[in-house]
Design a protein around this ligand. Structure first.
Ligand code: HEC
Length: 105
């Protein structure tokens, strides 16, 4: 394969590097301000396959502090292998806190 299509693999390697660079540039721009992260969309996209919002509101929910909430989001993120960036995890945790948990800072 690689012997037959050396050019193809070079082209796709370059495309991957350029694509990642563009993505990182976009992310670091939003990371600086925390703006430009659509936590609602991340939640919809990444978090509704295993459970809906019912786990956040159930009477015997496990999460009892903001830091535990952040850890849980991080844990689910790792399980999921969606590789959200730390500021995205934070944004999602903050959204859940605002909408459901309402812990003080
Ligand atoms: C791979 C399946 C899976 C995905 C996808 C997933 N979770 Fe979870 N999540 C779980 C499981 C399992 C629990 C524990 C449920 C239990 O203890 O009954 C849980 C529990 C939670 C809790 C705690 C609820 C409580 O008891 O207060 C939060 C918060 C949470 N998830 C957030 C998220 C967020 C945010 C995402 C998206 C990043 C996400 N989850 C995606 C499996 C998943």
């Amino acid at each position: 394969m690689s012997k037959r299509f050396p050019l193809l693999s070079v082209v796709s390697a370059v495309a991957a590097v350029v694509g990642t660079g563009a993505l990182l540039a976009g992310l670091s721009a939003s990371a600086a301000t925390g703006e430009g992260i659509d936590a609602q969309a991340l939640l919809q996209k990444n978090c509704t396959s295993c459970h809906g919002s019912e786990v956040y509101t159930r009477p015997d929910r496990k999460i009892h502090s903001l830091s535990a909430l952040q850890q849980q989001v991080e844990f689910c993120n790792t399980n999921l292998d969606t590789k959200m960036f730390p500021d995205e995890v934070n944004a999602v945790a903050n959204l859940l806190n605002k909408e459901y948990y309402k812990f003080g800072k």
